[in-house]
Every structure is written in C-alpha cells, then in structure tokens.
Design a protein around this ligand. Sequence first.
Ligand SMILES: [Cu+2]
Length: 492
Amino acid sequence: MRATSRLMSSLGVSRGHRSRTIAAIAFAWVAGCGGGGGGSSETFESPSEVSSSGGQLTMDLTISQQENKVGDLHFTSTVYNGDYAAPLLRVRPGDSIHLRLRNLAQHQPSNVHYHGLEVSPKPPGDTIFVQVEPENCYDYTIKIPSDQSTGLYWYHSHMMGLAETQVFNGLSGGLLVEGITEKLPFLDGIKNRVMILKDVQASADGRVTTPDYSKPTLRTINGVVRPSMAIRPGETQLWRVGNMGANLLYQLAIDGHEIVEISRDGNIHTKPVRHRATILPPGARTEFLITGGAPGTYTFRTLAVNTGPDGDPTPEDILGSLVVSGSQDTPVKVPETLAQVPDLRSKALTRTRRIVFSENNDAGQFFINGKMYSPSRDDVVVNLGSTEKWDLVNNSAEVHTFHIHQIDFQVVGRNGRPVDFTGYQDTVDINPGENVQIIIPFTRPSQVGRFVFHCHILEHEDGGMMQNIVVVDPSNPAAVDNNRMIQGKPCS
Ligand SMILES: [Cu+2]
C-alpha cells in the first residue's frame, strides 16, 4: 500500500457502456474465430493487432499523449500507438521482432520489456537497461526461440521508478505466440478471445498519475468497460486473459461456470486445472476453457482479494458478462494430459537461495534481502547450466508477486508443503507471512547476461523491490555486457 494518500477525484462513473474512441484500430482480429456465440450480439471487442509475416514482425511502437474515453471516463494518458488497450503483437515460435520504440511523450523516458519470452537480455534485445528520452528512439531485436511455449505474453514499460505510472497510463499490451492448436489439436475450431485486463483512474483535470486504491478504479477488458461475451449452451471457448495493469491482483470467476485452466503465463499445463475462481497476480496470464451453461446471463467478475493488512483494498468488481443463448452445442472433450514437460524436481540442484521480501510501509520503501534496488549492484550471480531452488519469503503484511525475466520456473512448495506439478510459470504471488519454493533452470544459453527479478506490483518495484541477476557462461565470462544504461537516439 502507498504510504501517502494522493488526491484523486472520485470516479463516480456509471459503468456498463461500451464506448471507445481510440484511434488506430488497424486490423480486425479474425483468426481463431471458429465458434458462433449463438448469433447474439455482444459488446466484447478484440484488441487491434500487428502480425508477423515470413518470420518477422517489424513495427513502430509510438508513445504519445492521447485523449481516451473508456466507458464514461475521459482522460489523457500516454499510450502506445494511440490506443489505450494497445495493439496485440501476434508472432510464432522462431520469429524475430524488430520493434522501434518512438517516445513522443512530452516529459518522461521509457523503454519496453517483453514479459515471459525466453529471449536474450543482451542489447538490443530484452534489456531493461535502456532509457529512451522524449523525441528519441530505440530499435529492439527480439529473437523468439523455436521452442518458445505458445500462449499469451505481454510487453510493457519497465522504466525504473516510473513503471507503475506508465503502465497505469496504458503502456502495456498483449503478445500472442501462436500455435496452441498445433500443440492441443482438440482446440481446433473453437472461438478464442484475448482479454487484456487494465484499470484506470483519472484526476479532476483528466490526467492519469499513480493509482489510489482507497478510491474506485475503472476495470476494462481490451479498453472496454464491462463487455458482454456471447456463447451457445454447450459451446466451449478459449479465454486468454492477461493481468496487464499496474498493481491489482484479480481473482477471476464466472457465475455458474467452471474455469478449466489449460495454460499459465504462456506455458501449457501438464493437465487441466479446474477452478471456481483463479488468482491472477499482476503480470500473470491464464488461458482457460469455458463451456456455456443453461441459457441466461452470468457475471464475469473478480472476487475480492485479501492482500493483507498493509495491502491495497481489492474489493469484488464486475468485469463483464457471459450471455448464453442459441442452439445447443457439444462441449469440447478435454484430455487429462496436455503438455509433456519435465518435472524439475527430478533435476540435481546446484544450490538454494533465500529471497526475502520486506517493506517499510510508512516510508514507501520496499526491499529484497534488506536492500532497495540499485542498477549498479549485481545481487545474484549464477553460472549457466545451474538449476537452483529459491525460497521466496514474504516478511511483510501484504502480498507480493515474484517475477523473473527471461526464465520460467516451477513452483514446488508453499509454506514447505509440496505443490502438485501442473507446469511452469513466470509470476507467482506470495501472501503475507508465506514462503513459496520454486526451481529455476538457468540452462538456456540465451539467458547469459544481466537482467532482473522483482515484485510485479509495480508500486513495489518502483519503490525498490527489485534485484539484478547475472547469468555467466563460465567458458566465456566476458559475454556479459556491462553497459547498464543505454540511451536511445534521436529518431531518424
Ligand atoms: Cu510487492
């Protein structure tokens, strides 16, 4: 929770209208729309998108000030490509992304992180040690490995000290690695929906600064307030949902319907995981199957989340509605085995580490192992080829969300109790007083370099809850780039 409350206008907006005055909806999303949805009209909108072609995705990502209207809320914020929801980047395993970040915003530097991709942290790749000042540009090249797991990822500002404000303004968007139907043929022909979750508050003058969760916040799906999603009775759809806001945890539930989760953080599960409600910390993604029940309208909601005595209030809220109507369809039969990936508990451990999250709530200071972030300090050094077990310990009175760049991990325990193996993830929540055990395989040569792990509640990250990690190739220790602040250049 924030130490000082900021003056924010109460939103007091009436919700439930679909309205979106966003420029640059360049492409309609048509791929993957096999199902019918009963012929009902719906207010759901897919994000705009940019797709790769011939193995390359070449694009400009332009940050600018933009007037937005979301529901009944008018606000001015910095967004990507004139679109509060931001374009969905659609790629395939093995593709390269050539992205020119153009910072045309008036006042702040920025950069881009490609969350969840198992790509190199070396410049000009997925490095956070880039600062692109206003009117400057930076050219990223992101080489996605051919074995990148297919699913939903995202990109967002990772500007030190400014990430919370910039993501809250709208500087985050989805990235879909295509090909899930090739891995899971039973999904062939069913309707896919990508859902980018963000929330927004504006001050009395219509600006977006930092969130104040003592006040209401406006929830959106792809920039739409409380959209309706149509489905036929018995029809199965794949919902691919990412938490791309700054700070909030979600607990997703659809009244009267079971969530059958098949993927987490872009990693297909080893087996389906069935939920009444699923926790989605900031930065996390869930992909699940939903099968229409009896005709009627059902609420898609986030349940209240207990974030701890020092946490931000996170009350229940309505995200949208599921409208079941039309002719009866036949549900998809979900196999009991999905992906076959190694259980990392069978690997020999190189070492264990204890990573302690704590905070000085009154001062708004956030620590890992007693230290606030310093870009010039290397906190963890790992040899390539190591497999490590980390004990993530929450010594504070609010929830934190662990995320490490470039690598997926396996959660193996909570509070010392073993956890069922369902696959990998890149983000995990740690409740107050809890400890979570994970195994991290530092085994891909692409991991060599300097990157970070941090709390993905961005208020905490900006407040210091982040550390540098360096993966070193012992046979080539000079392969780590030591330039810790690369400046963008004037746009040519
Ligand atoms: Cu945190």
